[in-house]
Design a protein around this ligand. Structure first.
Ligand code: PLP
Length: 437
């Protein structure tokens, strides 16, 4: 196998099994069954530290917020809090989880393009660090509630800089035709800034832009930074606007397959710092704090999913389907975005690959495929298939299609496993249901 897929603490042990966090993946399967999500928490911590260190090494004031929609649960919030990370939440549910995790409220950034009044009020009650305001409706509601309560709230204004990151369409958000943010070029962002001047309890700390996800180059960030800083300069003249914080979003790419070539964390951050420093200087602006919001790059390649193989369907001269005991219910990204993954048999990692298989899920959808054309050894029933880089938007997007219970989540570190989320059972699936008679 290609060693580049063995991220963090992953290795092939003396039994030819995949090992992660010092734990044999076959031991995890025996203990918890399949399918199962496994996270290498040491690797997550190393990445969190690398992001922070990249700013500290340059002496740049920064906040690194975990964009928790990538994988949201109590234990990961506790881990991120311990690492002194800031936290992005995008809904009342994520905020509730953060509150339950005792997340320091001043480190929470509240995102979302359609926050309900109840969500806004919960954010104000909990005194989150800032609201990332997405639209006029939210700005008005926030003004109303902060005025009634006479409570100051920090905000970042989310702008759409008109930059398209080179990535799949569905996960681009920086272009003009986006549901997110105030348009930077058509006067709407400017109008938002102007409105806030008459909002006594709204403290505009700065601007936010997020240009997309799974980005493998730095040009998109640089373009967005240029556009946003140029506007900040205009508004400085126009409204005496002061940009204290520039949030450049997340979207740093990871390796899903050997075709992906992500940049080192330091490269992304150094380029961003260079650009902000240089352009601020040119424009005569004070250097703002730089905030970033990595999600996928913190947890994505730290997670794997282990499945057991089952049925096969061989169509001579066409394709060999190999089915596993999960699918689009635990990883909808291939069906949703045509996302690519790769995998190995965790029970015999280094065995010679002999045959091409396409990995099917067990849901009643032809589109329920996890991987097309994966070379593997001749499959036996009950092989254990490890799919790499499922840590982001895997569990987070898991669902109960076909009444398939969601798999458990296990953290592994230093040879110790910790069950962070239990496996759902059938009774859980019916918990909210009432009988007709
Ligand atoms: C999704 C999102 C992120 C995180 O994106 P990743 O690709 O997971 O790093 C950050 N900021 C905003 C506003 C987002 O919507």
């Amino acid at each position: 196998m290609d060693e580049r897929l063995l991220t963090g603490t992953m290795k092939i042990n003396e039994k030819n099994h995949l090992e992660i966090g010092g734990v044999d993946s076959l031991d995890l399967v025996e203990k918890y069954g399949t399918p199962i999500y496994v996270y290498d928490t040491l690797y997550i911590k190393e990445k969190a530290r690398a992001f922070k260190a990249a700013f500290e090494n340059r002496g740049v004031a920064a906040q690194v917020a975990y964009a928790s929609k990538a994988f949201s649960c109590l234990a990961i919030y506790q881990l991120m809090a311990k690492e002194n990370m800031s936290l992005d939440v995008v809904s009342g549910g994520e905020l509730y989880t953060a509150i339950k995790a005792d997340y320091p409220s001043e480190k929470i950034h509240f995102h979302g393009n359609n926050k309900s009044d109840a969500e806004i009020i919960t954010g104000l009650d909990y005194r989150v660090g800032c609201f990332v305001v997405d639209n006029f409706h939210e700005l008005n509601q926030l003004n109303k509630f902060t005025s009634i309560r006479k409570q100051m709230m920090n905000v970042l204004i989310r702008v759409t800089p008109g930059v398209e990151a080179h990535t799949h369409d569905y996960i681009s958000t920086g272009q003009n035709d986006s549901k997110f943010g105030f348009d930077l070029t058509n006067g709407q962002a400017e109008m938002a800034i102007e409105l806030t001047r008459k909002m006594p309890f709204i403290n505009v700390m700065g601007l936010h832009s997020h240009i997309g996800s799974q980005i493998f180059e730095t040009e998109g960030f640089n373009l967005a930074i240029d556009k946003v800083l140029n506007k900040a300069k205009e508004w400085k003249k126009q409204f005496d606007f002061k940009l204290k914080v520039l949030n450049v979003g997340g979207g740093f790419g990871i390796r899903y397959t050997t075709e992906d070539e992500p940049l080192p964390i330091e490269t992304y951050i150094n380029t961003i710092i260079d650009e902000v420093e240089q352009v601020s200087k040119e424009l005569g602006l004070e250097m703002p704090e730089i905030w970033i919001e990595p999600g996928r790059s913190l947890v994505g390649d730290a997670g794997i999913t282990l499945y057991q193989t089952g049925s096969q369907k061989e169509i001579p001269d066409v394709r060999n389907y190999l089915a596993v005991d999960g699918g689009m219910s635990d990883n909808i990204r291939p069906a949703l975005y045509n996302a690519k993954y790769t995998g190995v048999f965790a029970n015999r990692v280094s065995d010679q690959t002999e045959k091409m298989y396409s990995i099917a899920g067990k849901c009643c959808e032809s589109g329920d495929m996890l991987i097309w054309d994966l070379p593997l050894p001749e499959a036996q029933t009950q092989d254990i298939l490890a799919v790499f880089s499922t840590g982001a938007y895997g569990y987070a997007m898991a669902n109960n299609y076909n009444r398939i219970p969601r798999p458990p989540v296990v953290f592994v570190e230093n040879g110790v496993d910790f069950l962070a989320i239990e496996r759902e059972n059938y009774a859980d699936l019916m918990r909210l249901e009432r009988s007709l008679i």
